[in-house]
Design a protein around this ligand. Structure first.
Ligand SMILES: Cc1ncc(COP(=O)(O)O)c(C=O)c1O
Length: 407
């Protein structure tokens, strides 16, 4: 029996959108007509931004700009193909050699973004015969990578090493549903958690994994260029070299450009080249991107004062917010959430700050829990003392006006 097709087969999109709006969760895009420096023009207004992941201000560093211009002139705007066909340029390989050297590992492989790196790597390193044990607050790209992997997975409470240990012991003792032992167990964690700015307890995680013969995978998207010597990441920060099998990093945040990379063994790299789907089926970085990323590594090595400045600014900003009475959650890094709770209140807070010339993004459900709405701020190495003062004044004024702090 034939049925009459609906007149608007995608009509549910409009309904879904109306629901998002009704819940007060609609997120407009703010449009910049300037570079993403500390002072930006956003939606036609001048503001100091606390909304970027540009930790070290490298996106406009002269050495990165020069390197990309040079590559653009010499090698063109695009790479022309996926890596495995004809899209591997000497610059891509040079970047990977430099990353491996920088991270003190055998080999590295780059992806178009940190997101595609996670969705590409996880399904290659874990599958149906394996188990993934994952922190409850891991990034969406890890979650998608795990889903694509088809590996069974269990979640440990956020940063709870005792819980992780328990789950690992159970997994070893009981094995898979069919009674067989797992082929491999992979413990997966963010190095720095992107919404709260807290650091994974990597020494405990590594010890727990070693006890049960599991491998560790750390996603250092927010630790790259921020933690460890010259920004080498959380493994370096905790001096765990050689004990973390897979380190993912991003080139899109502190490195100031775009991309993701995985650092580990030569075998890991070779297998990813054969099987990682975003590597096999999506065009490689434009040469200018690869060249700028190489320059970014060299800047990290040559200008350690940028990371010192990032941390000095961070300490000052956090201390002042706390002194005013704001709740900055559990952050230990430059990601400083300013907790609000209610989504509509967080959106209002961000709107009022923008009126006052300060851009801080509100983060609401579903990125965080329904009652966990917040502003997410990141000060960078590039912010001047005066710019931080201006931001802090605005937080104080608007916070009091909205009843978020006493005064
Ligand atoms: C933990 C984590 N992993 C991966 C990513 C994705 O990185 P990229 O922006 O390079 O795709 C992010 C960025 O939001 C992140 O916070």
């Amino acid at each position: 029996m034939s049925t009459t097709p609906p007149l608007d087969p995608l009509g549910h999109l409009a309904d879904d959108l109306a629901q998002v709006r009704a819940q007060g969760l609609y997120r407009p895009l703010h449009v910049m007509s300037s570079a993403n420096r500390t002072r930006v023009t956003v939606d036609g207004r001048e503001a100091i931004t606390l909304a970027s992941n540009n930790y070290l201000g490298l996106n406009t560093h002269p050495r990165l700009i020069e390197a990309s211009l040079d590559a653009l002139r010499r090698f063109g705007a695009g790479s022309g193909a996926v890596r495995t066909i004809s899209g591997t340029m000497a610059l891509h390989e040079e970047l990977e050699t430099e990353l491996a050297r920088f991270k003190h590992v055998e080999a590295a492989l780059t992806f178009q973004s940190g997101f595609t790196c996670n969705t590409g790597v996880i399904p290659v390193v874990a599958g149906e015969p394996d188990l993934i044990v994952s922190d409850a607050f891991n990034h969406a790209s890890i979650i998608d990578g795990m889903r694509l992997s088809k590996a069974p997975r269990v979640i440990y409470r956020h940063k709870d090493v005792a819980h992780l240990r328990e789950l690992l012991a159970t997994a070893r003792r009981e094995g898979r549903a069919d009674g067989q032992a797992y082929r491999a167990i992979l413990v997966v964690t963010d190095g720095v958690f992107s919404m709260d700015g807290d650091i994974a307890p990597l020494p405990g995680i590594v010890a727990a994994a070693e006890e049960q013969g599991a491998a560790v995978f750390v996603d250092d998207a927010h630790a790259s260029g921020v933690l460890g010597r010259n920004g080498r990441g959380s493994v370096d920060h905790f001096d765990l070299h050689g004990r973390v099998a897979i380190q993912v990093g991003t080139l899109s945040k502190a490195m100031g450009v775009l991309g993701g990379y995985v650092a580990g063994s030569r075998t890991l790299r070779e297998m990813l080249v054969q099987r990682a789907r975003p590597f096999l089926f999506s065009t490689s970085h434009p040469p200018a991107v690869a060249a700028a990323c190489i320059a970014a590594i060299h800047v990290l090595e040559d200008e350690p004062e940028l990371i010192e400045r990032l941390w000095a600014n961070t300490r000052r900003f956090k201390a002042e917010l706390a002194r005013m009475g704001f709740d900055t959650g559990v952050s230990e890094t430059p990601i400083t959430p300013v907790m609000v709770g209610d989504s509509a209140a967080a959106i209002r807070f961000a709107d009022r700050l923008l009126d006052e010339g300060v851009w801080a993004t509100s983060v609401v459900f579903p990125t965080v829990a329904l009652d966990g709405a917040r502003l997410r701020t990141i000060v960078t190495a590039a912010h001047s003392d005066e710019e931080l003062d201006t931001c802090l004044d605005a937080f104080s004024r608007v916070g009091r006006e909205l009843g978020l702090i006493a005064g």
